[in-house]
Design a protein around this ligand. Structure first.
Ligand code: PEP
Ligand code: CO
Length: 495
């Protein structure tokens, strides 16, 4: 038995209709992923723990049945490819792409009910359980939604595999990944700048005799992940791998345990202990340094690199205060983890009745994450974003300056607010800058990068370029006389 039956009732009590038949049906279905893929992903995540790769997690807070379409999957996928290009270009390391997709349906909730105008109904728990509409019928749990979620996941993954291995993700298409509505934005232009340089590099390599049919030119690895919340669903898809004789959760390559379900003696941790996928745990400022060491020892008893990612989500202020003690405890115990920053879940607020997040806070948390690692001499391994390829208005701020008043124009999420395509790409440029800075701090300096710009600089970078010559070891020092709103822009053109 993979987890204690007595412990895993917590999520089940919300659904009074027996789920036996749908679960039996899912248990007969093929696995969505293969154990060998999980082992490869684990190796990639191990590289991220030492700074030799970087992980990009991204996708919806909650996938929705009503928003399921090939175009939406494609737009998320190509935005992740764009962001990976920016990150790889800036950081000079491979980017591990993990979509919060093809299975990210179940949502943990802080309150079991929701009250609107004096009417109280069960909370929405994700399309795999009930519906988002505020009616009694919609909020009633329907176990056949489990089968629908499986089917949507299978169809989504099928398309993602097609994109990854069928030519769409080929490096020669880098300039075609720009989303139409992004073409006239500063991020879109900065992206095309990089795409042009990638194209030039490829042309150069072809001229040198490189074979464009090599897999790395035509394909890319893409992995899926979701919160491991609905244990009955996960258990129905838990399979024994005949190659290794080990158990794998076959609903996604990577599963994580949420902040609300990571208790040491609860069922979710018990389940995760039993599967061999690479896994993650979300950690807020409430995590105690001693407890994190115990939790890591439970989930990764052999201290296998890449097995466990700790996904930190505290908000910028608390992260600066509390994160160092966690790192210190983990370092002292000799445990190997991949540290990932989730700058979304510690920054949620309600504005004009909308659940939203401010771009500046999201960026500030990533900044704090990199700063703390820099100070501790440890490795920032990745970022975990709630984002969409759609042109939504759910998070405030960023280059497009979405204001509080814009929130109701295209607010489509069923759960948490997501970064739109422009805001996501902007974040990617910032992270790329921090990754590049690591290289500079280790000696290369900004000089080489400026030389890459060529005589006269490039486009909008020209006016800002002169100021960059002041940048030496530390970015903040060199950026002192550049107005705050223009700093990311400076870096884009230095990248
Ligand atoms: C999530 O990732 O959507 C989520 C609910 O995260 P957390 O467990 O960190 O709150
Ligand atoms: Co969320």
């Amino acid at each position: 038995m993979l987890h204690s039956q007595s412990q895993h009732l917590a999520m089940l009590v919300i659904c009074r209709t027996p789920a036996t038949l749908p679960l039996q049906e899912i248990a007969r279905m093929p696995p969505l992923i293969f154990a060998g893929e999980c082992r490869t992903l684990q190796q990639r995540l191990a590289k991220a723990s030492t700074g030799d790769a970087f992980v990009l997690f991204g996708g919806d807070c909650a996938e929705a049945f009503s928003q399921f379409s090939a175009n939406r999957i494609r737009d998320l996928y190509r935005l992740l490819l764009q962001m990976s290009t920016v990150l790889a270009f800036g950081g000079g390391v491979p980017i591990v792409k993990l979509g919060r997709v093809a299975g990210q349906f179940a949502k943990p909730r802080s309150a079991p009910t929701e009250t609107i105008n004096g009417v109280t109904l069960p909370a929405y728990r994700g399309d795999i359980i009930n519906g988002p509409e505020f009616t009694e019928e919609s909020r009633r749990c329907d176990p056949w939604r489990l089968v629908r979620a499986y089917n949507q996941s299978a169809a989504t993954l099928n398309l993602l595999r097609g994109f990854s291995y069928g030519g769409y993700a080929g490096l020669s298409r880098v300039s075609q990944w720009n989303l139409d509505f992004m073409k006239n934005t500063p991020e879109g232009h900065a992206y095309m700048d990089i795409a042009k340089r990638v194209d030039e590099a490829i042309q150069f390599m072809i001229a040198c005799g490189m074979d464009t049919n090599m897999p790395f030119m035509r394909e890319t690895e893409f992995y899926t992940c979701h919160e491991c919340l609905l244990l009955d669903y996960e258990e129905a898809l838990t399979r024994l791998d005949s190659t290794s004789d080990n158990w794998y959760g076959c609903s996604a390559h990577f599963l994580w345990c949420g902040e609300r379900t990571r208790q040491l003696d609860h069922a979710h941790v018990e389940y995760m202990r039993g599967v061999n996928n690479p896994i993650g745990v979300k950690v807020s400022d409430k995590m105690d340094p001693n407890d994190i060491v115990t939790l890591i020892a439970m989930l990764n008893p052999h201290n296998t690199p890449g097995r466990l990612s700790i996904i930190v989500r505290m908000g910028p202020q608390k992260l600066r205060e509390k994160f160092p003690a966690l790192i210190e405890a983990v370092q002292r115990s000799g445990q190997v983890v991949t540290w990932v920053c989730d700058p979304m879940h510690g920054n949620t607020e309600t504005v004009s009745g909308y659940k939203t997040r401010r771009y500046e806070n999201i960026r500030a948390e990533i900044e704090a994450f990199f700063d703390v690692h820099e100070k501790m001499g440890t490795v920032p391994g990745g970022v975990h974003l709630e984002m969409t390829g759609d042109n939504v208005t759910e998070c405030i701020g960023g280059g497009a300056s979405i204001s509080e008043d814009d929130l109701d124009s295209r607010y489509h999420t069923h759960c948490d607010p997501r970064l739109n395509a422009e805001q996501s790409l902007e974040i990617a440029f910032y992270v790329a800058q921090r990754l590049r800075q690591r290289e500079w701090d280790s000696g290369a300096g900004v000089k080489g990068a400026l030389e890459m710009l060529g005589p006269g600089g490039r486009g909008a970078g020209v006016g800002l370029k002169a100021r960059c010559t002041k940048v030496s070891g530390s970015s903040e020092e060199g950026m002192a006389d550049v107005p705050a709103g223009q700093r990311d822009q400076v870096w884009w053109h230095v990248l």
